[in-house]
Every structure is written in structure tokens, then in C-alpha cells.
Design a protein around this ligand. Sequence first.
Ligand SMILES: [Cu+2]
Length: 493
Amino acid sequence: MNRRQFIGSTALAGAALGVTPLLLRAVGGGINSSTAAAAVAGEARVLGIANRSLDINGKAASVFGLTGGDGKPGLTFTEGDQFQVSLINKLSAPTIIHWHGLRPPYDQDGTPNAPMPLLAGGEIRHYDFPVGAAGTHWMHAHTLQEQNLLAAPLIVRVKDAAKTDEQEVVILLHDFSFTPAEELLSRLHKVGGSMKGMDMSGMGKMDMGGMKMDGMDMGGISMPGMAMDLNDIDYDAYLANDRTLGDPEIVTVERGGRVRLRIINGAAATVFTIDTGELTGTLVAVDGQEIEPVPANRFPIAMGQRLDITLALPSDSKAFPILALREGALERTGVILRPSGAAITKIAAKAQVKGPVMDLAFEATLRARKPLAAKAPDRTLRTMLMGDMATYNWTLKPQGPLMVRGGERVHIVMMNHSMMAHPMHLHGHPFQVIDIAGKPLSGALRDVVHVPPMATVTVAFDADHPGKWAFHCHHLFHMVSGMMSSINYEGVV
Ligand SMILES: [Cu+2]
């Protein structure tokens, strides 16, 4: 183990995992009750939620982790598998994990009290449902603990993955702060509170056409630890697979080989642009759903989103950094792809030029490989994304659940009436982007769509998965400050 690996890891390989039967709690409902015997028997894979210690910029950081029985972060399946998992909460605090991108039955989805409560410290909960189609997905706490790295990859490979001759490289991005998430949140509210009553009218007059939000004039208000433009939190570090560019992950690759990057934006509040540098990548899937391939070397990714990018490596013996550029800021993170023998040049954690601001231009170029069948909507839901940095109250209007009926084709029109972008996520259903700013398109299937300030985006989905499904902004601090609703099926109690 090098110092980058878990210094104080409590992750154990195998199923016994030091959880005593006394700590086990049975849970009712559709999820199997737990006993010690059940925890070690059967086909179930073990997934432990535990504390870890990382070295971040030379300082010990106490973070959370999700570790499978093989000691690796997260889980990897093959399409057609069952998601048979025993989730063990080895923390003393309660938590719950959402299987982001999978389509479990409603009671295994992992939103707090919707319908299952948090897992208490020591509790084991059993999950059993089909993993579904192949795709790059992830798992994360549906609580403030997500900020403290309680997230991991959840990969579903195609059946013949071994035959594709592609090296899989998974990159999980994070924003990291040594300040606890609760304090970050209370600072946002405090600064917001102190600005209540100030004249914010100038904000509404900004030219949004070119998305030039950077350098917004806030009248010289000093906002310790914060920026008032795109990013509402300045983090201590930006991580790719738990590491900074000061000591990045070096992935050994084959000269002239093919690589499939599976990139997950697990950050709580940071949009990135993936920069493949001199390599042209081919984007083949977003949010685990195939699209018509798009060649590029820059790919925006909002919180919760995933990108599958294939690379054909040249036969040079040189290393290729794959970077993630923080939106509208100089910070960056990434990993290095390195053929054996290639020299590695140190890359500064700050660039000379700020990372791009994510708008909908790239989204508008994406086309679903397997679009939804053409069908007129049975129901159109309209939701306004409201709130401001001044009060830090965020909401979806109308408030309260949006109702649908099983079998309907549903459109959701999302109108952002605020000056911040909101990556909107619907649980349990992939949706297709079908309209951007009044222009119809057969866009990507996704489960998170980025809605920039003042923009309107329409998505479509088939109501074929009964439940009460969370629908929320994937900016963690917006979500916990009120930008959270649900889509409820009629007749589901
Ligand atoms: Cu938001």
C-alpha cells in the first residue's frame, strides 16, 4: 500500500467485515430483512460504507468510502446481472446510498425516507434487482455526506467487454474541502442572509447571451471562501480518483491501444470540462446511454453526469494527461495515461486560462442512438427553477410532487428563472432531451441535464416504473436548500 491508499481504511475484503450480529437491524418492506447468516450467504456482493483517510496536498483528510469485497471502490457488473448487494454501514452515523443510473424498484432507490429510512450505524441492507443495460453509473450518499466523498463508480459492462479490446479507465471526479459540509452549508446561508435586502437588481440585467457570468460585479463584497459567479464554494482540492495533480494517478496504457474513459462527475458543486489534450476523443455515451459518436477534445460534464469517451492512442511513447478543468476557474485535476517508459511531466494544479463555462451548445449536438419511440405527450409538467445566491433559498415551483399516471409519455419543461445553473436529475427513469430553448431535437438520453441560468430545457420520459421518484438539482447545496421535489405515480402510496 502506498500512502495514497487508505491509510486508516476499515475496508476489509470478504463478507464478515467485523459487523457483529448485535448491530444488525432488520428492515421490513420490499428489502430483505437482515441477519448475520444472510450477510455472509448467497450470491450477494458486499459493499461497505466506511471511513478512510487520504493524503490531500500533504494533509490527512478523513473521508468516507464505498468499498466492494475486492477492496476496490464501488462495484462492477455485466449487463443482465442481478444487483444482489449487501450494503453494510460501518460508520457510526446513519446514511443511505442511491444507485445513480440504475432502475431499482422504488423501495431500493436510496433516497432518504422515500420510502426507506437511513441505514443506522452497523446496519446491513440487502438489495436485489436487475442491473439492466450496460452503462457508466455511480453510487453516492443522498445526504450531505456526498460532499465528503461518499461516492464510488457503479459500472455495468457489456457482455462481450473482453472482446472489445478497450482498456477501461474509470475516473471519479470530486471537489474536496477540509471544512465539514455542514459548515459549508451554513456559510452559504449566512452569507446569503447577510445579503438579504441588498440591491441585487443589477444581476438581472447581465448579458446572458454569451454566458459571460464570470467576473460578476458584486460591489466588492468580500465573500470569504466563496465566489459569487459560477462556483459558490471554493474548494481546497479537486480530485480525480481521490488524487490531485500534485500526485496524480498514473494509468499504464498500451502504445497504440484503445482506451474507454468512464468519467463520473461526483463533485458536490463543481462543473468540469474534460480535456483530452492533443488526443481527439470520441464521446460514445452520456449518463450510461449511447449517443451518436461525437469526436472532440473538450467535453463538459455537470454534477451527476457521466461521459464514456473512447481514445485511440498513438504509437508514440509519450504520456497523455486527461484533465478536468473547473468551470470558470483555473483549478484542474486529472489522471495521466502512460505507456511504459514514457516520461511524465508535472502538471500544475492551476492552469493559465480559466476552464470553459458550461452552456447548452454541446448538449445541442448530442443525438440519442436509441431515441424514445415517437409519441405525443400525455402530460406536460412545467417546473420553474427558482432561487438566488443572495438568500440561498432554492426551490422548484410549483412546490410539491408532480403527478403522473403509469403508461403516460411525460414531458418536463424546466425553466431556469435563476442566475445559477442547475443540473437536474430524475430518479428511476432515463429521459430524452427533446427541446433546448424552443428548438426541438432528438437529443441524448440522460438522467441529469444541465439547465444554465435563464435557460429552458424540455425532456421526455415514459412513466413505466411506478413509485415516488426524487427529482432534484444535483448541486448538493441547492438540493438540501430546497431544490428537491418528486414525481409521483398516481395510486402509489
Ligand atoms: Cu441547483
